[in-house]
Design a protein around this ligand. Structure first.
Ligand SMILES: *Cc1c(COP(=O)(O)O)cnc(C)c1O
Length: 403
């Protein structure tokens, strides 16, 4: 009798179901925005990374159409062979200018930018120090590089320093990697302390600015600008697919770094150049980001309004009524945040799933995020510049009613 070599798939899926970890796609119709049709239901959207509301902007759409007319739909080759257009270079120059770095290079996605950069920079003789809550692309990049990887507790610089004191001299190069805005929590990395340690122990420092670009800093440059560290030699990775409303990733840094990556990053060398449409849309988004700072002002007004009413209308009620949390009446714990990502931690996956579904039934899309994406289950809310205050109030009223 021969054993079916694929039989384990079904077993594995059953285990995933049993843990309430099973996931499936939901279909959204029409253009992105604060009001969407999700699986046929009208909902207010608190699940989008389109922080500035640019993914449905007429100007980005027009730029994508114009670029498609001029250059066609595909780049037809890798950048070093036949896939490079002036448009790509224009975008890289715009990114470098936004980031105040010497140069930048664009990748097909932020995920690929992290994988390729980390594997190009370090190898088996090297050390990576990685925040425990880092994005999957940083963690998998670290693994793939073959370097020795040590995870330090979330944002714990004391622990990071201990590792550096004990381990740094045993390795050739050392790379510290961290999200700048943690994608599933919304808090910020301790950049000043990280930079100081990186300098003291001669480590490279790579920040993933995926959720910070367009959102943080006076000019919307990101977390590096927010902390006043523009111009320092930091490797900034990011995505074109969140606040910039397009698709693709980038690395911004010194001329030497970018030149090295163009020669040594396999996920850039051996893959097709970004499509003309995506490139042009991202380039237009960066221009809008710089010309319309009021989008960022609106975003932060919305974030502050939401935090204020969460405390006034939910948190204060919970502590006063001293209820014991049950799965029917879960107590919500607000996780610390300095970004548009605001999370309520819940006891377990099934409570989070149930609350997420109840919210959808009432017209609010704020998804449950569960292990293995995060260590603890939560409802994750993303605020956009284009939300109206009444939509944010509705989210809280409905949440209160369910609780
Ligand atoms: C979304 C995200 C990425 C991946 O970016 P894509 O362009 O969507 O591949 C990388 N890092 C972090 C922290 C992210 O949130």
């Amino acid at each position: 009798m021969t054993k079916d070599p694929y039989a384990w798939l079904e077993k594995s899926l059953t285990t995933i179901h049993r843990a309430d970890w099973y996931r499936a796609v939901k279909t959204i119709a029409g253009r992105p925005g604060t009001k969407i049709i999700l699986d046929g239901h009208k909902v207010i959207n608190f699940a989008s990374n389109d922080y500035l509301g640019l993914a449905g902007d007429e100007r980005l759409i027009a730029a994508a159409i114009a670029a498609t007319q001029e250059y066609g739909t595909g780049s037809t080759g890798s950048r070093l062979i036949s896939g490079h257009r002036k448009l790509h270079r224009d975008l890289e120059i715009a990114i470098a200018s936004l980031k105040e770095t010497e140069d930048a290079v664009v990748f097909s996605s932020g995920y690929l930018a992290n994988l390729s950069t980390i594997t190009a920079l370090v190898g088996t003789r090297d050390l990576i120090l990685s925040d425990q809550y880092n994005h999957s692309s940083l963690k998998n990049g670290a693994k793939l590089s073959g370097a020795n990887v040590i995870e330090y507790s979330h944002c714990n610089v004391t622990e990071l320093k201990t590792h550096l004191v004990e381990q740094r001299q045993l390795y050739r190069r050392c790379l510290i990697i961290t999200d700048s805005v943690f994608s599933m929590d919304g808090d910020l990395c301790p950049l000043p302390e990280l930079f100081e340690l990186a300098t003291e122990f001669s480590c490279m420092l790579l920040l993933d600015e995926a959720h910070a670009t367009g959102v943080l800093g006076e000019r919307g440059s990101g977390c590096v600008e927010h902390f006043g560290y523009s111009g320092k030699n930091i490797i900034q990775v990011g995505t074109l697919s969140k606040a910039l409303g397009s698709l693709g990733g980038y690395v911004a840094g010194s001329n030497l770094l970018i030149d090295f990556l163009r020669n040594r990053a396999p996920g850039w060398i051996y893959t097709t150049g970004l499509s003309p449409a995506d490139t042009a849309a991202a380039l237009t988004a960066i221009k809008i980001l710089q010309q319309e700072p009021e989008r960022r002002t609106n975003l932060w007004n919305n974030i502050n309004f939401l935090k204020e009413i969460i405390v006034k209308q939910i948190i204060s009620q919970q502590t006063s009524s001293k209820q014991i949390a049950t799965s029917e009446q879960p107590n919500l714990k607000l996780l610390p945040s300095n970004s548009p990502i605001i999370c309520f931690q819940l006891a377990n996956s099934s409570t989070a799933l149930k609350l997420g579904q109840q919210l959808i039934d009432k017209g609010i899309f704020a998804p449950a995020i569960r292990p293995p994406t995060v260590p603890t289950s939560r409802i994750r809310i993303s605020v956009m510049a284009t939300h109206e205050l009444s939509q944010i109030q509705k989210l809280i009223t409905i949440l209160k009613n369910i609780l």
